[in-house]
Ligand binder design. Sequence first.
Ligand SMILES: *Cc1c(COP(=O)(O)O)cnc(C)c1O
Length: 436
Amino acid sequence: MADLATASRATAGPRSSELFAEACRVIPGGVDSPVRAFGSVGGSPYFVASAKGAYLEDVDGRRLLDYVQSWGASILGHAHPAVLEAIAKAAARGTTYGAPTEGEVRLAEAITEAVPGCDQVRFVSSGTEAAMTVIRLARAATGRDRVVKFAGCYHGHSDALLAGGGSGVATLGLPDSAGVPQSAVSATLVAPYNEVPEIDESVACVIVEPVAANMGLVAPVEGFLEGLRAACDRAGALLIFDEVITGFRVGRAGATGLVGVQPDLWCFGKVIGGGLPLAALGGRRDLMSQLAPIGPVYQAGTLSGNPLATAAGLAVLERLDQGAYLELAESVGLLARGLAEAIGRSGLAVEVPVFGTLVSVFFSDEPVRDYNGAARAAQRGLFAPFFRAMLARGVALAPSPYEIAFVSLAHSREDIERTVEAAAAAAVEVAQGLGS
Ligand SMILES: *Cc1c(COP(=O)(O)O)cnc(C)c1O
C-alpha cells in the first residue's frame, strides 16, 4: 500500500530514474538545460520516449498531458504531421549546406510580412544568440555601451544579459551566474518590470519582454511600454522587444501587434523554429544593414537558417491564421477560468493571469506585477507540492514556479477539462498538507 502510494507520487518511474542516474555520471546534473532539472519541485525528471499532440509518453510508458511543449516551441502540439512531413522532405535533400537556401527567404518573408516595422531578419540557432547579437547591434548603432533590462525578464544566457535573469536563474535562486566578469555586466542596468526607468544618453538600448513570461506571466501595465518608447526616443536609445516567447504565440504580429508600441529591434525564437533550433533577430532596415557582411557588426553561425528548421518553421507559420489564435485563446481562457475556480475552491490563494494565449498560476493573494511579486508568490512554497500532485494525475507542468503553462493547438477541450479536474484535486491535497 505504502509502496503504491510512493510509486504514484514519484516524479520519475524506474526507467527514468535509472537513465537519470546514468545521465548524472556524464552530464552535469543529468540535464542539458538547468530548467529541466527538478530541483525546485523535488524528485527527478521523467525521460521522454515520444510525444504526439498534447501528450508525452515517458520511458516508463506513462502518458502525460504536456504543458511544457518544449518551453513553447511546439504551438501545434508535438509531432504535427505537416511539420514532420516538411522536415522529412527537407532532410531527404540534405540537412545542412553552409550556403543560402530558399527556405530562409520564405521564412524571413513570412516574419517580416507579419510583424509591422520589422523589415529584415537574420536567422540564428537560439534565442540566446538572437539577444546577444541584437545587443551588439544596438551598441554599434548608437555608439553607446549601456543596456537596460528588467528583473525577471530572460534574454538567454549571454554574459551581459544574465543579470536579474528570471526563468532558470530565478528557479535556482542564483543572483546571477558565476563566471561572468564584472566587466561584462558593468554596463547592464537592471530595473523593476512595469516601471519606466530613467534613460539617459549613455544608454544604447532597452531590452524587454513586452509581455513577461519568464517569471510566470506578468503583463505590461498601462503606460509601461509606451513610457519605454518615449524615454528611448528622448535619449536616442533603441527599444528591443524580446518576443522569443510571444512572437507568433499571442498573434501573428506577436505582442507588437497587440500592445500598440513598436520597438526598433526584435528577438524571435521558439515558435518560429517549429520545434527545431532556430531563432532570429529583426528590425528596421537601416539598423539591420549594419550587420556583416554589409555592415561592421560581426555575427555568424555554421548552422544558422538550417534547412530543416526553416522548413519546420514555415509549416508551423502556415497554420497560424486568425482562427488558430482564436482557438488557442479560447482554450487558454477556459483553462485559466477553470484553474482559478478549482484552486480557489480549495481555499488556497491563487492568481491566474492571462494575456491572450498566455497563462500562468501564482499562489499569491495579490496580483503579480513584477519580479518581487513573483518571488513572494514562489516563496510560499505551494508550487512544488501542486506540481507533484498534478504530475501524479498525469499533467506535466513546467517544473518551476517561474514558468508559464504552454497550451498548444493540440490541447482539446477535454484535455483542458481533465486539467481543471486534476487541479481541483491537487489543490485540495496541497491545502490539506498545509493543515496537517
Ligand atoms: C527562451 C527565451 C530566450 C532564450 O532562447 P534559447 O533558444 O533558449 O536560447 C530568450 N528570450 C526569451 C524571452 C525566452 O523566453
